[in-house]
Design a protein around this ligand. Structure first.
Ligand code: SF4
Length: 726
């Protein structure tokens, strides 16, 4: 894909969801931006959703944090940076390097993420850097690593147009990744592909569904284990592929068969026999199948096993690494994938290298010229905030995220933040629930002012380009982190002049050790496609971008990794049947169906599901600026069935009090067919800055998947009552 840039319109990338749509923008006469879809960007080919189209309305100076502040008093950058460096140094000196932490965000650019990870893991010497992407897709990361040997999303968006069957499971694509939904809808009109939606709710994604399976919350593994058993019983597997390219089927099948008969699947999922068989038969019969999964799968105490139960079915049918055939995890945030690449998760090192691998830690230490590289994983998001509460972490730096709203059990965790001895927050906005706890507030550039790269859900790296001057004293996140690093005494390693320097260093890092692969270490063997192949060491290889000139970086066109040659298209991953595991074979994983962490009771008889709405993004600090976007849904609501409305005496559009073990909030009742009886749904966007009705995530517990650390956000027992306040 060549790059074109006119004099007037500058190409960049939408900062909201993980689709990563290309945009073109030009300054208007009011100091704002006109925005349109980039017709050449492979993610969207000119399409944009409502949020992308309203980007120009969210870039003004209104609500911006314009100067550094200490204890809410304006200070110079010099004073603020010195304060941060001094406090971090003193706390490390007195309490050790694990007494400090960074909590970062899928909103950061890859360059910001890289530098933050380098400072914490490489020089402070602690693994305590984790990201809000932990709440979004870490179960997929863990599932990919188990099955493929590395965190790899094998699909690309074109697969959606080439498939004959698309299974959307745990994904309201219509609202959460609207441009991908548009691509599927258009493909369906053209090629009549079938669409199956698996979701407890009847969401707008069901509008194009040939079949909707409203399974009970948390029963996904039972459904996919049943599918694996069905494929086996009906000999609908690709036995040549299984023999040649995979390991572990027997154990996975034995587990699946334990509860894999249709009656057991019916009992676990609450689905009709006909519905289940219709899904299984269509899946078995359709070679070109894409299974798209998202937060409904990931945000669960069984999230990793849910992911592997899906991957098992694709491996059993050999439907991976081929056009129109792939499992496909869609990330929530614009740069969740970029963060995964550069070590933004507490349990991973940069460039997909691992803590437990002495060769990796040696290579990184040499590359960064540090003798203080963290040797053990740090605390994952919720554990990090629990450690603040218990006093183990005494200083936290929160970048580009609003955990006081987005974390589950956020009232308790906000109280922990309020008691934390030292809190630094970098943000582009001046008033967020989290900033209210900051000892030091650092003004970061906003989307339209930043320059760097992001990676979308199909592993495509795209440039975000500077479109507007920075207001006030706002600075790039990478600059802020680097300046603190210098003041902490690590100047020699953080002397970056531009984001291009950082990207080049990161790309060079991905080449470490790649050339030392040997056939024995890489599991060389003959692939089922006849050629001699070698197991991929780390498919995340950007050697083709390791020597980019500043001009090439500026002009970088969107491209998927691995990139071994500048501006050359990437071969499809896993197309040769080779995986990044020690044996070179993909792994089936035995996955047991487990109940959700909390069960309904006579006191809390309903299940609360949470998620996004069409026109707002996360905690609304930016989309809340656009009146147009607030028209679609103007206040927080609770979707419930007519049966539950009658049972609990709730009236349409009246306020309802929703309570869990952790607290209560008020929401506006929306009685509809969206939720089945026994289940309710509420969006999580609103916060103390935008409503006095309470924060939805305050109702949720912090139960998490033991493998991924991802919290369960979609199955909280609650009770509802009519509110006396109307
Ligand atoms: Fe932005 Fe996602 Fe909408 Fe594309 S689909 S315009 S990336 S919010």
């Amino acid at each position: 894909m060549g790059h074109r840039e006119s004099n007037k319109w500058i190409k960049s990338t939408c900062p909201y969801c993980g689709v990563g749509c290309g945009i073109e923008a030009t300054a208007n006469h009011h100091g704002g931006l006109e925005v349109r879809g980039d017709s050449q960007h492979p993610a969207n080919f000119g399409r944009l959703c409502s949020k992308g189209l309203a980007l120009g309305e969210t870039v003004g100076i209104e609500g911006r944090l314009l100067t550094p502040q200490i204890n809410q008093q304006d200070v110079t950058w010099e004073e603020a940076l010195t304060d941060v460096a001094t406090h971090f140094r003193q706390i490390i000196e007195h309490h050790g390097n694990d007494a400090v932490a960074f909590y970062v965000s899928g909103q950061l650019l890859t360059e910001d993420y890289y530098v933050a990870n380098k400072l914490m893991k490489g020089f402070i010497g602690s693994g305590n850097i984790d990201t809000n992407s932990r709440l979004c897709m870490s179960s997929s990361v863990a599932g990919h690593k188990r099955a493929f040997g590395a965190d790899i999303v094998p699909g690309c968006y074109e697969d959606l147009e080439q498939a004959d069957l698309i299974v959307l499971t745990g994904s309201n694509l219509a609202w959460c990744h609207p441009v991908l939904f548009q691509r599927i809808r258009d493909a369906k009109a053209h090629n009549q592909c079938k669409v199956i939606v698996i979701d407890p709710r009847r969401t707008p994604s069901c509008d194009i569904a040939d079949l909707h399976l409203p399974l009970l919350p948390g029963s996904d593994i039972a459904l996919f284990n049943g599918l694996l058993a069905f494929l086996s019983e009906n000999r609908a597997m690709d036995f040549a592929y299984i023999d040649q390219d995979t390991e572990g089927l027997d154990l996975a099948l034995a587990t699946a068969f334990r509860f894999g008969d249709i009656e057991s699947v019916q009992a676990a999922t609450g689905l009709d026999r006909e519905q289940i068989l219709a899904f299984y038969q269509l899946f078995a019969a359709t070679e070109k199948t894409v299974t798209v999964y998202s937060q409904g799968i990931n945000q669960s105490t069984s999230g990793t096993n849910k992911v592997n139960s899906i991957l098992n079915c694709h491996l059993a049918t050999g439907r991976i690494g081929k056009p129109g055939s792939t499992p496909f995890s869609i990330t929530g945030q614009p740069n969740a994938m970029g963060g995964r690449e550069v070590g933004g998760l507490a349990n991973m090192l940069a460039a997909h290298m691992d803590f437990g691998n002495p060769e990796h830690t040696r290579q990184i230490s040499e590359f960064w010229q540090t003798d203080n590289l963290a040797r053990t994983p740090g605390l994952k998001a919720l554990d990090m905030f629990n450690a603040i509460e218990s006093g183990k972490i005494k200083a936290i730096w929160i970048m580009a995220t609003n955990p006081a709203v987005s974390l589950p059990d956020n009232q308790r965790l906000s109280a922990a933040l309020a008691n934390c001895p030292y809190v630094v927050v970098s943000d582009c906005m001046a008033d967020t629930d989290t900033l209210r706890h900051a000892d030091v507030a650092l003004p970061a550039q906003g989307w339209g002012e930043k320059s760097g790269t992001v990676t979308n859900s199909e592993r495509r790296i795209s440039r975000q380009r500077r479109l507007l001057p920075s207001p006030g004293e706002a600075k790039p996140d990478w600059w802020i982190i680097s300046e603190v690093a210098k003041k902490m005494g690590f100047g020699y390693a953080f002397n970056y002049q531009s984001e291009a320097d950082i990207f080049r260093e990161y790309a060079q890092m991905t080449t470490l050790g790649q050339e030392t692969l040997t056939p024995s270490s890489s599991g060389s063997r003959t692939g089922n496609h006849g050629q001699d192949v070698q197991a991929l060491s780390r498919p995340l290889n950007l050697s083709g971008l390791a020597d980019l000139t500043p001009k090439q970086y500026h002009q970088l066109a969107p491209q998927q990794w691995p990139v071994t040659q500048y501006d050359q298209p990437t071969a499809r991953l896993f197309g040769n049947g080779e995986f990044a595991t020690p044996s070179g074979k993909a792994q089936f994983i035995a996955t047991d169906h487990r109940p959700t962490a909390e069960q309904t009771s006579s006191r809390y008889p309903l299940r609360l599901n949470t998620g996004r709405i069409r026109d707002h993004w996360h905690t609304m600090t930016r989309t809340g600026l656009s009146p147009r976007l607030s028209e679609h849904t103007s206040e927080p609501y609770l979707a419930l069935s007519a049966q539950d409305a009658e049972r609990f005496s709730i009236e349409q559009n009246k306020l309802v009090k929703v309570s869990s073990e952790r607290g209560c909030i008020l929401l506006r009742a929306r009685i509809s067919k969206e939720c089945l009886p026994g289940q309710v749904f509420a969006p999580f966007h609103w916060n103390d800055c935008t409503t006095s009705m309470g924060k939805v995530n305050a109702l949720l517990a912090g139960h998490r998947d033991p493998l991924s650390g991802q919290p369960e956000l979609k199955a909280t027992p609650v009770c509802i009552h009519p509110s006396p306040y109307q």
